[in-house]
Design a protein around this ligand. Structure first.
Ligand SMILES: [Zn+2]
Length: 452
């Protein structure tokens, strides 16, 4: 088996400390050995400067939203006006244009140190809701895009049945729907079967939201997740309007509805969890449900600030997602979790840098069904993300505040090397696919109908 040695100037090792001179041996796609205290790189070892972290997990992505960056910043509005702009874009995508766009977006993620993405995928069908000849062709395009960009993917096949509680799908929403949960499950079963033996792909499931899946259909999705032991994600209480419509129909909050219909648990992730009651927090925490915070999207869409610290204290592991890709930078997401709590509480120091790195790495991977990733230990996936400590943002860090410097001051641009599943996909800040900016520009112009 091919074996490769990486010598890290500094590496982030369990239980959460930066250690000098760490030799990481990679066999195929996995770490086979980790030896600290190696003063100099041995002959033949690849030298990784700066601080080397485990691979970052982006637990919530809608790849096509990347084409909205900038466009949606021109006018006033709300989540709901933003959603109309998103729908206009969704109407234009086909399997080829989605492949090109997603490949470029995932390459942008790779440059930011992300080695695993959770793609919350609901753009299943052709315009009008007609299934493609292969009804999973859009999902296959996303898997191929991730592989070509060098990422692992948890493709979260999303059930999306109604346009709002009690209202049918209209317009572009018809592309999202399978009719009912049983037909959704048949399509998802076929997708799962296609990747059953592929260890770099996890097929998970998702309830789009209480807006889009009637409560009585949710247990089908919960059973699918339990039966196949795969992740189940759901958008939860992103907007107050969603909460009030839910309470009006079900006399229960979205978290209560998901709990009563078998969606919560350690394999599950509540995305956003912004507007929660104390009972909601207890239900999520006691069930061990992960919570995915997407602070840069939540602030972009004027959603609000979720109670991340209370959720963690109640028992929910916190993870991070770039969601609409207003920016793709997990350091920015990580520090925003702490900085948002400061603004709300007028107190500092809710989260340590080490806790936030855990959210970006080990806890993120566990939410995506890759429990054997996100730590630099033997037996884990060989994902090594090296961050410069000599850039204008990070220079001057002392040995005692390396994690704090990276979490609170570094940007995605400080990632200079990425090894993903044993493969070097970023070297000297360049992705193996070449000019990712040009790829993004071309793919986005194509889907916006602007030509290349
Ligand atoms: Zn989302």
């Amino acid at each position: 088996m091919p074996e490769l040695n990486y010598w890290c100037e500094l590496a982030w090792l369990p239980p959460g400390e930066a250690v000098k001179g760490v030799l990481v041996t990679v066999t195929d796609s996995m770490i086979s050995d980790v030896v600290p205290g190696v003063a100099e790189p041995p002959a033949g070892a690849v030298r990784l400067a700066g601080l080397t972290l485990p691979g970052l997990a982006n637990t919530h992505s809608h790849a096509f939203h990347r084409a909205l960056r900038g466009v949606t910043q021109r006018e006033k509005g709300s989540f709901w006006t933003w959603r109309e702009q998103m729908y206009t874009l969704a109407a234009t995508l086909d399997p080829d244009s989605y492949l090109a766009l997603a490949r470029a977006v995932y390459a942008e993620m790779a440059l930011a140190g992300i080695t695993c993405v959770g793609e919350f995928h609901y753009l299943h069908h052709a315009p009008g809701g007609r299934p493609y000849d292969d009804p999973n062709v859009m999902g296959h395009a996303l898997v191929r895009a991730a592989r070509e960009a060098g990422l692992r993917i948890a493709l979260l096949d999303t059930c999306y049945l109604t346009g709002g509680i009690g209202t049918p799908l209209t317009g572009v929403q018809q592309r999202f729907g399978d009719g009912d949960a049983e037909r959704w499950a048949m399509r998802a079963e076929a997708l799962l079967a296609a990747y059953r033996h592929e260890k770099d792909v996890e097929i998970g499931v998702a309830v789009h939201s209480v807006r889009a899946v009637p409560a009585e259909q949710m247990p089908v999705i919960g059973r699918f997740s339990a039966h196949h032991a795969v992740p189940a994600h759901a958008h939860v209480s992103e907007q107050r309007g969603e909460n009030s419509a839910c309470v009006e129909t079900y006399t229960a909050t979205p978290v209560e509805v998901l709990c009563e219909h078998d969606i919560l648990g350690p394999r599950s992730t509540a995305v956003h969890a912004t507007h929660l009651s104390d009972v909601d927090i207890a239900l999520l925490g006691q069930s061990g449900t992960h919570v995915c915070m997407c602070p840069t999207t939540e602030r972009d869409l004027a959603d609000g600030v979720g109670p991340a610290r209370k959720l963690r204290d109640a028992g929910s592991p916190i993870t991070l997602g770039t969601d609409s890709h207003a920016v793709i930078d997990l350091f920015e997401e990580a520090r925003a979790v702490e900085l948002n709590e400061r603004l709300v509480s007028e107190q500092r120091g809710h989260w340590t840098a080490a806790e936030l790195l855990c959210a970006a790495t080990a806890d993120g991977h566990s939410s995506l069904g890759f429990a054997d990733a996100g730590m630099l230990v033997p037996g884990a996936w060989a994902d090594l993300v090296s961050v410069r400590l000599d850039s204008v943002r990070t220079a001057g860090a002392s040995a005692h505040d390396l994690a704090e410097t990276v979490v609170f001051a570094a940007s995605a641009a400080d990632v200079h090397s990425v090894v993903s599943g044993g493969r070097r996909i970023v070297e000297d800040g360049r992705h193996v696919l070449g000019d990712v900016g040009a790829m993004l520009g071309e793919a986005i112009a194509a889907v916006r109908g602007e030509g290349a």
